[in-house]
Design a binder for this molecule. Structure first.
Ligand code: NAD
Length: 440
Protein backbone atom coordinates (compact mmCIF):
# COMPACT_ATOMS: atom_id res chain seq x y z
CA UNK A 1 0.00 0.00 0.00
CA UNK A 2 1.02 3.64 -0.36
CA UNK A 3 1.38 5.10 3.11
CA UNK A 4 2.07 8.61 4.41
CA UNK A 5 3.44 8.77 7.96
CA UNK A 6 3.18 12.19 9.60
CA UNK A 7 5.60 12.74 12.47
CA UNK A 8 8.95 10.96 12.43
CA UNK A 9 9.68 10.61 16.13
CA UNK A 10 9.81 7.28 17.97
CA UNK A 11 6.42 6.05 16.83
CA UNK A 12 6.57 7.49 13.31
CA UNK A 13 10.10 6.31 12.46
CA UNK A 14 9.51 2.78 13.74
CA UNK A 15 6.13 2.63 11.97
CA UNK A 16 7.47 4.02 8.69
CA UNK A 17 10.53 1.77 8.59
CA UNK A 18 8.58 -1.25 9.86
CA UNK A 19 5.86 -0.92 7.22
CA UNK A 20 8.43 -0.30 4.47
CA UNK A 21 10.27 -3.46 5.51
CA UNK A 22 7.06 -5.37 4.80
CA UNK A 23 6.80 -4.10 1.22
CA UNK A 24 4.61 -1.04 1.74
CA UNK A 25 5.65 2.15 -0.02
CA UNK A 26 6.13 4.75 2.71
CA UNK A 27 6.74 8.48 2.63
CA UNK A 28 7.42 10.03 6.02
CA UNK A 29 6.68 13.68 6.75
CA UNK A 30 8.16 15.81 9.50
CA UNK A 31 8.42 19.55 10.07
CA UNK A 32 11.97 18.96 11.33
CA UNK A 33 14.28 19.06 8.32
CA UNK A 34 17.06 17.36 10.25
CA UNK A 35 14.91 14.27 10.85
CA UNK A 36 13.89 14.22 7.19
CA UNK A 37 17.51 14.48 6.01
CA UNK A 38 18.62 11.81 8.47
CA UNK A 39 16.09 9.32 7.11
CA UNK A 40 16.87 10.14 3.49
CA UNK A 41 20.54 9.60 4.37
CA UNK A 42 19.62 6.04 5.45
CA UNK A 43 19.72 6.61 9.22
CA UNK A 44 17.20 6.77 12.00
CA UNK A 45 16.53 10.10 13.73
CA UNK A 46 15.71 8.19 16.95
CA UNK A 47 17.83 5.73 18.91
CA UNK A 48 16.25 2.29 19.22
CA UNK A 49 17.73 -1.20 18.86
CA UNK A 50 17.61 -2.38 15.17
CA UNK A 51 15.94 0.80 13.89
CA UNK A 52 19.00 2.10 12.02
CA UNK A 53 19.29 -1.16 10.02
CA UNK A 54 15.58 -1.10 9.29
CA UNK A 55 15.70 2.49 8.00
CA UNK A 56 18.88 1.87 5.97
CA UNK A 57 17.52 -1.15 4.12
CA UNK A 58 14.09 0.44 3.55
CA UNK A 59 15.66 3.59 2.09
CA UNK A 60 18.09 1.53 -0.01
CA UNK A 61 15.18 -0.56 -1.36
CA UNK A 62 13.42 2.66 -2.38
CA UNK A 63 10.42 1.92 -0.17
CA UNK A 64 11.05 4.65 2.42
CA UNK A 65 11.70 8.32 1.88
CA UNK A 66 11.06 11.43 3.95
CA UNK A 67 9.97 14.96 3.19
CA UNK A 68 8.80 18.14 4.87
CA UNK A 69 6.09 18.49 2.23
CA UNK A 70 2.85 16.66 3.02
CA UNK A 71 1.80 17.06 -0.63
CA UNK A 72 4.53 14.68 -1.81
CA UNK A 73 3.56 12.09 0.80
CA UNK A 74 -0.11 12.28 -0.03
CA UNK A 75 0.29 11.67 -3.78
CA UNK A 76 -1.75 8.49 -4.48
CA UNK A 77 -1.50 7.51 -0.78
CA UNK A 78 -4.07 5.02 0.49
CA UNK A 79 -3.48 5.80 4.16
CA UNK A 80 -2.06 8.61 6.28
CA UNK A 81 -0.84 7.59 9.73
CA UNK A 82 -0.67 10.52 12.16
CA UNK A 83 2.18 9.94 14.62
CA UNK A 84 2.87 13.48 15.86
CA UNK A 85 3.36 14.29 19.52
CA UNK A 86 0.49 14.95 21.94
CA UNK A 87 2.27 16.48 24.95
CA UNK A 88 0.71 17.84 28.15
CA UNK A 89 -0.49 21.40 28.47
CA UNK A 90 0.35 23.10 31.79
CA UNK A 91 -3.00 22.02 33.30
CA UNK A 92 -2.44 18.42 32.23
CA UNK A 93 -4.87 18.28 29.33
CA UNK A 94 -3.62 17.03 26.00
CA UNK A 95 -2.11 19.52 23.59
CA UNK A 96 -3.67 18.73 20.22
CA UNK A 97 -1.84 21.55 18.41
CA UNK A 98 0.44 19.16 16.48
CA UNK A 99 -2.48 16.91 15.61
CA UNK A 100 -4.53 19.87 14.29
CA UNK A 101 -1.55 21.15 12.35
CA UNK A 102 -0.82 17.77 10.75
CA UNK A 103 -4.49 17.35 9.83
CA UNK A 104 -4.69 20.78 8.23
CA UNK A 105 -1.39 20.13 6.38
CA UNK A 106 -3.00 16.99 4.97
CA UNK A 107 -6.22 18.72 4.01
CA UNK A 108 -4.30 21.55 2.31
CA UNK A 109 -2.18 18.99 0.46
CA UNK A 110 -5.35 17.45 -0.95
CA UNK A 111 -5.89 20.55 -3.07
CA UNK A 112 -2.88 19.54 -5.21
CA UNK A 113 -2.23 15.83 -4.58
CA UNK A 114 -3.81 13.04 -6.63
CA UNK A 115 -6.16 10.78 -4.65
CA UNK A 116 -5.53 7.02 -4.43
CA UNK A 117 -6.87 4.74 -7.16
CA UNK A 118 -9.09 3.02 -4.57
CA UNK A 119 -11.09 6.25 -4.28
CA UNK A 120 -10.92 6.51 -0.50
CA UNK A 121 -8.09 7.84 1.65
CA UNK A 122 -7.94 6.82 5.31
CA UNK A 123 -6.61 9.24 7.91
CA UNK A 124 -5.57 7.11 10.87
CA UNK A 125 -4.51 8.48 14.25
CA UNK A 126 -1.65 6.53 15.87
CA UNK A 127 -0.87 9.24 18.44
CA UNK A 128 -2.45 8.98 21.87
CA UNK A 129 -5.50 11.25 21.96
CA UNK A 130 -8.40 11.59 24.42
CA UNK A 131 -11.71 9.86 23.61
CA UNK A 132 -13.81 12.02 21.33
CA UNK A 133 -10.84 13.57 19.46
CA UNK A 134 -11.46 11.68 16.21
CA UNK A 135 -15.12 12.70 16.22
CA UNK A 136 -14.62 16.32 17.24
CA UNK A 137 -11.26 17.22 15.65
CA UNK A 138 -10.27 14.70 12.98
CA UNK A 139 -13.53 13.96 11.15
CA UNK A 140 -14.63 17.63 10.84
CA UNK A 141 -11.30 18.49 9.19
CA UNK A 142 -12.19 16.14 6.34
CA UNK A 143 -15.93 16.81 6.13
CA UNK A 144 -17.00 16.67 2.50
CA UNK A 145 -17.52 20.42 2.14
CA UNK A 146 -13.94 20.97 3.40
CA UNK A 147 -12.39 18.75 0.74
CA UNK A 148 -11.52 19.22 -2.90
CA UNK A 149 -14.08 17.31 -4.98
CA UNK A 150 -11.96 14.35 -6.03
CA UNK A 151 -10.98 13.39 -2.43
CA UNK A 152 -13.00 11.19 -0.16
CA UNK A 153 -11.64 10.64 3.37
CA UNK A 154 -12.54 8.26 6.19
CA UNK A 155 -11.01 8.41 9.65
CA UNK A 156 -9.85 5.83 12.18
CA UNK A 157 -7.98 5.40 15.44
CA UNK A 158 -5.34 2.70 15.59
CA UNK A 159 -3.32 3.20 18.79
CA UNK A 160 0.35 2.27 18.99
CA UNK A 161 1.61 0.14 21.88
CA UNK A 162 5.38 0.10 21.35
CA UNK A 163 7.73 0.86 24.22
CA UNK A 164 10.84 2.96 23.77
CA UNK A 165 13.91 0.75 24.04
CA UNK A 166 12.14 -2.19 22.40
CA UNK A 167 10.17 -0.22 19.81
CA UNK A 168 11.04 -2.33 16.76
CA UNK A 169 10.47 -5.61 18.58
CA UNK A 170 7.13 -4.34 19.94
CA UNK A 171 6.08 -3.01 16.52
CA UNK A 172 6.40 -6.49 15.02
CA UNK A 173 4.78 -8.21 18.03
CA UNK A 174 2.25 -5.80 19.52
CA UNK A 175 0.13 -6.93 22.49
CA UNK A 176 -2.90 -6.33 20.28
CA UNK A 177 -3.99 -4.55 17.12
CA UNK A 178 -6.96 -2.31 17.76
CA UNK A 179 -8.90 -0.45 15.09
CA UNK A 180 -11.66 2.02 15.79
CA UNK A 181 -13.54 3.23 12.74
CA UNK A 182 -17.03 3.46 11.38
CA UNK A 183 -15.82 3.00 7.81
CA UNK A 184 -15.65 -0.58 6.45
CA UNK A 185 -13.18 0.38 3.69
CA UNK A 186 -10.75 1.81 6.26
CA UNK A 187 -11.20 -1.35 8.31
CA UNK A 188 -10.17 -3.37 5.24
CA UNK A 189 -7.25 -1.06 4.46
CA UNK A 190 -5.85 -1.40 7.97
CA UNK A 191 -6.34 -5.17 7.86
CA UNK A 192 -4.26 -5.22 4.66
CA UNK A 193 -1.65 -2.82 6.07
CA UNK A 194 -1.07 -4.93 9.20
CA UNK A 195 -1.68 -8.35 7.61
CA UNK A 196 2.02 -9.20 8.06
CA UNK A 197 1.52 -9.26 11.85
CA UNK A 198 -0.76 -12.28 11.50
CA UNK A 199 -2.79 -11.02 14.45
CA UNK A 200 -6.48 -10.79 15.00
CA UNK A 201 -7.70 -7.19 14.83
CA UNK A 202 -9.96 -5.95 17.59
CA UNK A 203 -12.61 -3.80 15.92
CA UNK A 204 -14.09 -1.27 18.31
CA UNK A 205 -15.70 2.14 18.12
CA UNK A 206 -13.49 5.20 17.81
CA UNK A 207 -13.72 6.35 21.42
CA UNK A 208 -12.94 2.86 22.76
CA UNK A 209 -9.81 2.75 20.61
CA UNK A 210 -8.85 6.21 21.86
CA UNK A 211 -9.41 5.22 25.50
CA UNK A 212 -7.44 1.99 25.46
CA UNK A 213 -3.96 3.48 25.38
CA UNK A 214 -4.71 5.64 28.43
CA UNK A 215 -5.94 2.59 30.34
CA UNK A 216 -2.75 0.71 29.39
CA UNK A 217 -0.40 3.52 30.39
CA UNK A 218 -2.27 4.23 33.63
CA UNK A 219 -2.14 0.55 34.54
CA UNK A 220 1.58 0.32 33.83
CA UNK A 221 2.19 3.36 36.04
CA UNK A 222 -0.04 1.90 38.77
CA UNK A 223 1.88 -1.39 38.62
CA UNK A 224 5.23 0.35 39.04
CA UNK A 225 3.92 2.43 41.93
CA UNK A 226 2.28 -0.57 43.58
CA UNK A 227 5.49 -2.60 43.47
CA UNK A 228 7.43 0.39 44.81
CA UNK A 229 4.99 0.94 47.68
CA UNK A 230 5.06 -2.74 48.61
CA UNK A 231 8.87 -2.74 48.44
CA UNK A 232 9.13 0.33 50.67
CA UNK A 233 6.71 -0.84 53.33
CA UNK A 234 8.19 -4.35 53.56
CA UNK A 235 11.75 -2.99 53.62
CA UNK A 236 10.83 -1.35 56.93
CA UNK A 237 10.39 -4.90 58.29
CA UNK A 238 13.66 -6.12 56.77
CA UNK A 239 11.75 -8.02 54.07
CA UNK A 240 13.10 -8.02 50.51
CA UNK A 241 10.14 -6.85 48.41
CA UNK A 242 11.76 -8.23 45.26
CA UNK A 243 11.22 -11.77 46.56
CA UNK A 244 7.67 -10.95 47.65
CA UNK A 245 6.77 -9.57 44.22
CA UNK A 246 8.58 -12.36 42.40
CA UNK A 247 6.29 -14.94 44.01
CA UNK A 248 3.32 -12.55 43.81
CA UNK A 249 3.78 -12.44 40.02
CA UNK A 250 3.49 -16.19 39.72
CA UNK A 251 -0.20 -16.03 40.62
CA UNK A 252 -1.85 -15.97 37.22
CA UNK A 253 -5.26 -16.65 38.71
CA UNK A 254 -5.73 -13.42 40.62
CA UNK A 255 -2.61 -11.23 40.50
CA UNK A 256 -1.35 -11.19 36.91
CA UNK A 257 -4.74 -12.00 35.45
CA UNK A 258 -7.98 -10.44 34.20
CA UNK A 259 -9.42 -10.92 37.72
CA UNK A 260 -10.47 -7.64 39.37
CA UNK A 261 -10.09 -5.70 36.14
CA UNK A 262 -13.72 -5.15 35.22
CA UNK A 263 -15.30 -1.79 36.03
CA UNK A 264 -18.02 -2.36 38.58
CA UNK A 265 -18.81 -1.61 42.18
CA UNK A 266 -16.66 -1.08 45.26
CA UNK A 267 -14.58 -3.81 46.87
CA UNK A 268 -15.41 -4.98 50.36
CA UNK A 269 -15.60 -8.11 52.45
CA UNK A 270 -13.68 -9.33 55.42
CA UNK A 271 -10.15 -9.12 53.96
CA UNK A 272 -9.43 -6.33 51.47
CA UNK A 273 -10.45 -3.26 53.52
CA UNK A 274 -8.97 -4.71 56.72
CA UNK A 275 -5.63 -5.59 55.18
CA UNK A 276 -5.29 -2.29 53.33
CA UNK A 277 -5.85 -0.51 56.65
CA UNK A 278 -3.23 -2.77 58.23
CA UNK A 279 -0.72 -1.94 55.49
CA UNK A 280 -1.37 1.76 55.97
CA UNK A 281 -0.86 1.36 59.70
CA UNK A 282 2.41 -0.59 59.23
CA UNK A 283 3.65 2.10 56.87
CA UNK A 284 2.63 4.93 59.18
CA UNK A 285 4.26 3.29 62.19
CA UNK A 286 7.52 3.05 60.24
CA UNK A 287 7.35 6.51 58.73
CA UNK A 288 6.82 5.17 55.19
CA UNK A 289 4.40 6.93 52.85
CA UNK A 290 2.26 4.69 50.63
CA UNK A 291 -0.24 7.15 49.15
CA UNK A 292 -1.51 4.79 46.47
CA UNK A 293 -2.79 2.30 49.04
CA UNK A 294 -4.44 5.18 50.91
CA UNK A 295 -5.94 6.57 47.70
CA UNK A 296 -7.32 3.10 46.94
CA UNK A 297 -9.47 3.27 50.06
CA UNK A 298 -10.54 6.81 49.19
CA UNK A 299 -11.41 5.86 45.64
CA UNK A 300 -13.45 2.91 46.89
CA UNK A 301 -15.41 5.17 49.20
CA UNK A 302 -16.08 7.54 46.26
CA UNK A 303 -17.61 4.63 44.32
CA UNK A 304 -20.07 4.00 47.17
CA UNK A 305 -20.82 7.68 47.71
CA UNK A 306 -21.42 8.43 44.05
CA UNK A 307 -23.95 5.59 43.77
CA UNK A 308 -25.81 6.88 46.82
CA UNK A 309 -25.74 10.47 45.51
CA UNK A 310 -26.91 9.30 42.07
CA UNK A 311 -29.97 7.58 43.54
CA UNK A 312 -30.73 10.45 45.93
CA UNK A 313 -30.44 12.83 42.98
CA UNK A 314 -33.28 11.10 41.14
CA UNK A 315 -35.77 12.04 43.86
CA UNK A 316 -37.19 8.49 43.87
CA UNK A 317 -37.89 7.19 47.36
CA UNK A 318 -38.56 3.47 46.93
CA UNK A 319 -35.40 1.46 46.38
CA UNK A 320 -34.86 -2.25 45.95
CA UNK A 321 -31.46 -3.89 46.37
CA UNK A 322 -30.99 -7.25 44.66
CA UNK A 323 -27.92 -8.73 46.35
CA UNK A 324 -26.57 -7.65 49.71
CA UNK A 325 -23.31 -9.46 50.40
CA UNK A 326 -20.08 -8.03 48.95
CA UNK A 327 -20.09 -10.66 46.23
CA UNK A 328 -22.43 -13.33 45.03
CA UNK A 329 -22.44 -16.80 46.51
CA UNK A 330 -21.38 -15.75 49.97
CA UNK A 331 -23.36 -14.83 53.03
CA UNK A 332 -20.51 -12.79 54.53
CA UNK A 333 -21.81 -9.29 55.21
CA UNK A 334 -18.69 -7.89 56.82
CA UNK A 335 -17.81 -4.57 55.15
CA UNK A 336 -20.17 -5.23 52.27
CA UNK A 337 -20.40 -2.01 50.26
CA UNK A 338 -23.95 -2.99 49.25
CA UNK A 339 -24.87 -3.06 52.91
CA UNK A 340 -23.26 0.33 53.34
CA UNK A 341 -25.40 1.65 50.49
CA UNK A 342 -28.56 0.22 52.09
CA UNK A 343 -27.69 1.79 55.43
CA UNK A 344 -27.10 5.20 53.85
CA UNK A 345 -30.46 5.02 52.07
CA UNK A 346 -32.18 4.11 55.30
CA UNK A 347 -30.39 7.03 56.97
CA UNK A 348 -31.79 9.34 54.30
CA UNK A 349 -35.30 8.08 54.97
CA UNK A 350 -35.74 6.08 51.77
CA UNK A 351 -38.03 3.07 51.65
CA UNK A 352 -35.57 0.20 51.13
CA UNK A 353 -36.32 -3.43 50.39
CA UNK A 354 -33.60 -6.03 49.94
CA UNK A 355 -33.54 -9.46 48.42
CA UNK A 356 -30.47 -11.67 48.58
CA UNK A 357 -30.74 -15.33 47.62
CA UNK A 358 -28.22 -16.34 50.26
CA UNK A 359 -28.47 -13.71 52.99
CA UNK A 360 -31.76 -14.98 54.24
CA UNK A 361 -32.52 -14.87 57.98
CA UNK A 362 -34.18 -18.28 57.67
CA UNK A 363 -31.03 -19.85 56.22
CA UNK A 364 -28.19 -18.07 58.01
CA UNK A 365 -26.37 -19.92 60.77
CA UNK A 366 -23.61 -19.31 63.28
CA UNK A 367 -21.51 -16.15 63.25
CA UNK A 368 -23.26 -14.64 60.23
CA UNK A 369 -26.69 -15.05 61.81
CA UNK A 370 -25.46 -13.50 65.05
CA UNK A 371 -23.85 -10.67 63.04
CA UNK A 372 -27.11 -10.02 61.21
CA UNK A 373 -29.17 -10.13 64.40
CA UNK A 374 -26.89 -8.04 66.59
CA UNK A 375 -25.24 -5.52 64.27
CA UNK A 376 -27.78 -5.41 61.47
CA UNK A 377 -31.14 -5.85 63.10
CA UNK A 378 -32.27 -2.72 61.22
CA UNK A 379 -31.29 -4.36 57.90
CA UNK A 380 -32.79 -7.65 58.95
CA UNK A 381 -36.19 -5.95 58.87
CA UNK A 382 -35.66 -4.85 55.25
CA UNK A 383 -34.99 -8.31 53.89
CA UNK A 384 -37.71 -9.71 51.67
CA UNK A 385 -38.35 -13.41 51.31
CA UNK A 386 -38.65 -13.24 47.51
CA UNK A 387 -37.39 -10.95 44.75
CA UNK A 388 -41.00 -10.19 43.77
CA UNK A 389 -41.71 -8.93 47.26
CA UNK A 390 -38.56 -6.77 47.27
CA UNK A 391 -39.36 -5.34 43.82
CA UNK A 392 -43.00 -4.58 44.53
CA UNK A 393 -43.46 -0.83 43.97
CA UNK A 394 -39.69 -0.15 43.66
CA UNK A 395 -38.78 2.92 41.61
CA UNK A 396 -35.03 2.24 41.67
CA UNK A 397 -33.49 -1.22 41.55
CA UNK A 398 -29.81 -1.73 42.31
CA UNK A 399 -28.67 -5.07 40.99
CA UNK A 400 -25.66 -6.74 42.54
CA UNK A 401 -26.68 -10.32 41.88
CA UNK A 402 -27.25 -12.34 38.75
CA UNK A 403 -29.37 -14.90 40.56
CA UNK A 404 -31.84 -16.21 37.90
CA UNK A 405 -34.95 -15.79 40.08
CA UNK A 406 -33.97 -12.21 40.91
CA UNK A 407 -33.37 -11.35 37.23
CA UNK A 408 -36.61 -13.01 36.13
CA UNK A 409 -38.53 -10.96 38.70
CA UNK A 410 -36.71 -7.82 37.59
CA UNK A 411 -37.74 -8.37 33.96
CA UNK A 412 -41.36 -8.63 35.06
CA UNK A 413 -41.17 -5.50 37.22
CA UNK A 414 -41.45 -1.94 35.98
CA UNK A 415 -38.96 0.27 37.83
CA UNK A 416 -37.96 3.75 36.66
CA UNK A 417 -34.26 3.11 37.05
CA UNK A 418 -32.15 -0.06 37.14
CA UNK A 419 -28.50 0.36 38.16
CA UNK A 420 -26.29 -2.63 37.37
CA UNK A 421 -23.35 -3.08 39.78
CA UNK A 422 -22.59 -6.53 38.46
CA UNK A 423 -21.74 -5.93 34.80
CA UNK A 424 -22.71 -9.35 33.48
CA UNK A 425 -26.46 -9.49 33.78
CA UNK A 426 -27.00 -10.34 30.11
CA UNK A 427 -28.60 -8.62 27.17
CA UNK A 428 -32.17 -9.14 28.39
CA UNK A 429 -31.52 -6.90 31.37
CA UNK A 430 -29.31 -4.42 29.50
CA UNK A 431 -32.11 -3.90 27.00
CA UNK A 432 -34.55 -2.77 29.70
CA UNK A 433 -35.35 0.92 29.03
CA UNK A 434 -34.55 1.80 32.66
CA UNK A 435 -31.13 0.07 32.58
CA UNK A 436 -27.92 1.93 33.44
CA UNK A 437 -24.48 0.59 34.33
CA UNK A 438 -22.83 1.80 37.50
CA UNK A 439 -19.81 3.04 35.53
CA UNK A 440 -20.49 2.28 31.88
N1 NAD B 1 7.12 7.19 22.45
C1 NAD B 1 6.43 6.09 22.69
O1 NAD B 1 6.94 5.09 23.22
C2 NAD B 1 4.99 6.03 22.31
C3 NAD B 1 4.34 4.79 22.25
C4 NAD B 1 3.01 4.75 21.85
C5 NAD B 1 2.33 5.90 21.54
N2 NAD B 1 2.98 7.09 21.64
C6 NAD B 1 2.23 8.29 21.25
O2 NAD B 1 2.55 8.55 19.88
C7 NAD B 1 2.64 9.94 19.64
C8 NAD B 1 4.02 10.31 19.13
O3 NAD B 1 4.96 9.99 20.11
P1 NAD B 1 6.53 10.08 19.82
O4 NAD B 1 7.21 9.66 21.08
O5 NAD B 1 6.84 9.37 18.54
O6 NAD B 1 6.68 11.66 19.60
P2 NAD B 1 7.98 12.48 19.14
O7 NAD B 1 7.93 13.76 19.86
O8 NAD B 1 9.20 11.60 19.27
O9 NAD B 1 7.74 12.70 17.60
C9 NAD B 1 6.74 13.54 17.09
C10 NAD B 1 7.22 14.07 15.76
O10 NAD B 1 6.14 14.76 15.14
C11 NAD B 1 6.72 15.83 14.40
N3 NAD B 1 5.67 16.79 14.01
C12 NAD B 1 5.07 17.73 14.75
N4 NAD B 1 4.15 18.39 14.01
C13 NAD B 1 4.17 17.84 12.77
C14 NAD B 1 3.44 18.09 11.58
N5 NAD B 1 2.51 19.03 11.48
N6 NAD B 1 3.73 17.33 10.50
C15 NAD B 1 4.67 16.38 10.56
N7 NAD B 1 5.38 16.11 11.67
C16 NAD B 1 5.13 16.83 12.77
C17 NAD B 1 7.79 16.38 15.32
O11 NAD B 1 8.74 17.17 14.65
C18 NAD B 1 8.38 15.07 15.87
O12 NAD B 1 9.45 14.62 15.06
C19 NAD B 1 2.27 10.60 20.97
O13 NAD B 1 0.88 10.84 20.97
C20 NAD B 1 2.59 9.56 22.00
O14 NAD B 1 1.82 9.71 23.17
C21 NAD B 1 4.29 7.17 21.98
Amino acid sequence: MKVAVLGLGYVGTVTAAGLASQGHEVVGVDVDLMKVDTINGGHSPVVEPRIDDLVRSAVAAGRLQATTDARLALEHADISLICVGTPSLPRGDTDLTYIRRALSDLRDAMTVATPPAAGIHSVVIRSTVPPGTCASVVAPTFAEDELPGQWSVATAMCPEFLREGSGVQDFFAPPFVVVGTEDPRTRDSLAELFAFLGQEIHHVDLATAESLKYACNAFHAVKVTFANEMGRVFAAFGVDGRRVMEIFSQDHKLNIAPAYLRPGFAFGGSCLPKDLRALQSMARYNGVEIPMVGATMTSNEIVVRSLVDRVLGTGYRRVCLLGLSFKMDTDDLRESPNLEVAERFVGKGLDVRIYDPIVNPDLLVGANLRYLQSKLSHVNRLLAASPEEALDGAEVVIVASSHPAALAALKAADPRLVIDLHGRLGEDIERLPAYEGVSW
